[in-house]
Write a protein that binds this ligand. Structure first.
Ligand code: NAD
Length: 478
């Protein structure tokens, strides 16, 4: 569904009217567009004492063609960058809204907080963002790197590291203009390239205020970062339309061979989706449509057999989901059962079949679609929120078990996304869902799809058990 207010306030007439009336003007977010460079420009680098990831950051910035310039808090950056033969310079703070500030915009603010060992050292973060925020370009990126508090034995270190969350989330609320702000908790010297690329790129346009834990073995570097899924086989449930169709499309665009699953009633739409994917990313007919009701008793065996016949699967995306909203006193038993069966129990049964028969093996990726309703709860959605909270529980409890087999499992939790599901909402609820987030607008299916594709990529071998919200920092939930 179209967001007419967003279009209007970004038209020449709407822009001046909005300015005159003091109306909010949501930013047109910079999303990934084929053929348009994802990266470029400058990143200002700040750090607390004894930062431990500057070497890795230099490597990533060089690989993506960004220039890192040092804020006063990161004096070691200049020497390090020169030693690596990277272009660099000093970051100079400028007053807001001056010609100087406009001429010296940076595209990203990166802060390495990994060496912070006590709360008084958080002041370096204040100094960096105090100077840097006003120089950040529209749709700019903030990334803070820290240590997972649970991995810090010393309570003072854990306290200071936990404090990073408050800063990162507040920056997301203050920055506006399509800026995102995210926190990466990195264990040891775990490889950060996959995560840093995603959070610096336009592919994460609607992902803000998220905390991602990077842990475990180094992530294998894809041969080609624009086709990271080349040679991978993926299955997506609910692929006929909406978010599922977009996930199937993005996975295929990044090189995967995709099997899309949907119910018989959606057969035509599923065929259309798979045909357009074949046009966009030809596979000699290897992309396939499979009609199945995922909640049916025989669906797991049927899906496992179909995938096995085509050589197994590397990426499983549990996207299919339904709503049957009513307050609990008015909710029928059928409404409860169908939502739990499709949104949660089907995922468990399908994964049991795929894992049990080795259809999904080592190096596999499972990505499940949850919802912010599963985090915050929602009036009239006891069934839906229960199922989506269960998805989060599944991801968190299965991650340690699957880690031993080299398989990751993560969830994405969309906020308000413009699909047929949300188009059916009453006007006032829909407008509230759209506007009550830091971006002032709903997300698009592609925003969820890009996040799923990232979590499914080889570069995410060391990210598991995470829940990444795709909600533009919705005010709903934590
Ligand atoms: P949608 O209704 O547009 O699409 C869902 C798809 O799943 C449809 O093609 C449908 O036919 C299919 N499906 C339903 N039951 C099925 C079954 N038993 N077996 C196989 N396929 C089945 O919904 P959407 O908005 O694209 O949502 C996709 C996922 O994202 C869902 O899990 C939903 O709960 C979640 N989500 C959506 C939003 C949003 O704002 N749209 C927000 C949070 C979470």
């Amino acid at each position: 569904m179209k967001d007419r207010y967003l279009d209007f306030v970004n038209s020449p007439f709407g822009m001046s009217l909005a300015r005159a009336l003091g109306l909010p003007k949501p930013e047109v977010l910079r999303r990934h567009r084929p053929g348009v460079a994802e990266f470029g420009g400058m990143a200002a680098i700040g750090a607390g004492p004894s930062p431990q990831l500057l070497d890795q950051i230099i490597g990533v910035l060089r690989a993506i063609g960004m220039t890192g310039i040092a804020h006063d808090t990161a004096p070691g950056w200049l020497t390090l960058a020169r030693a690596h033969g990277a272009m660099t310079g000093r970051f100079e703070p400028h007053a807001a809204d001056t010609a100087d500030a406009a001429a010296h915009r940076v595209d990203a603010l990166l802060f390495d907080a990994t060496g912070i060992t006590g709360s008084s050292e958080l002041r370096s973060m204040y100094a960096f963002f105090h100077d840097g925020l006003r120089s950040l370009a529209r749709s700019g990126r903030i990334v803070v790197l820290g240590r997972s508090p649970s991995s810090c034995a010393d309570p003072r270190i854990a306290t200071a590291q936990r404090a990073l969350e408050g800063m990162t989330r507040s920056l997301g609320k203050e920055a506006r203009n399509g800026v995102t702000s995210n926190l990466l908790y990195v264990t040891g010297n775990a490889d950060i390239e996959g995560a840093l690329r995603f959070f610096l790129s336009p592919r994460s346009a609607y992902v803000s205020a998220q905390v991602v834990h990077i842990d475990g073995p180094a992530a294998p570097v894809p041969g080609n970062w624009t086709q990271p899924l080349a040679g991978k086989r993926a299955v997506v449930t609910g692929a006929a339309r909406g978010i599922g169709a977009s996930i199937a499309t993005v996975l295929a665009t990044q090189g995967a061979i995709v099997t899309g699953i949907d119910i018989d009633a959606a057969r035509d739409a599923l065929d259309q989706t798979m045909l357009s994917i074949e046009d966009m990313s030809p596979s000699d007919g290897a992309h396939a449509a499979l009609i199945a009701d995922i909640a049916a008793a025989d669906a797991p065996a049927e899906i496992a057999a179909a995938l096995l016949a085509s050589g197994g699967v590397d990426i499983v995306v549990h996207n299919a989901g339904i709503t049957r909203d009513k307050t609990i006193a008015r909710m029928t038993g059928d409404m409860w059962d169908s939502v739990l069966d499709i949104n949660l129990i089907a995922q468990e049964r399908i994964d049991d079949a795929l894992l049990g028969q080795g259809v999904l093996g080592a190096g596999g990726r499972i990505v499940a679609v949850s919802s912010i309703s599963g985090i915050a709860g929602n009036r009239g959605q006891t069934n839906y929120a229960t199922s989506k909270a269960g998805v989060i529980g599944r991801v968190q409890s299965m991650a340690p078990l699957l880690r031993e087999r080299g398989i990751t499992i993560n969830a994405v939790a969309p906020g308000f996304i413009e699909t047929q599901m949300t188009a059916r909402m009453p006007f006032a609820t829909r407008e509230a869902g759209r506007r009550l987030n830091s971006m002032g607008q709903g997300g698009l299916p592609v925003d969820v799809a890009e996040t799923v594709a990232w979590l499914a990529s080889p570069g995410c071998a060391n990210i598991t058990g995470n829940v990444v919200r795709v909600c533009g920092q919705s005010l709903v939930g934590a």
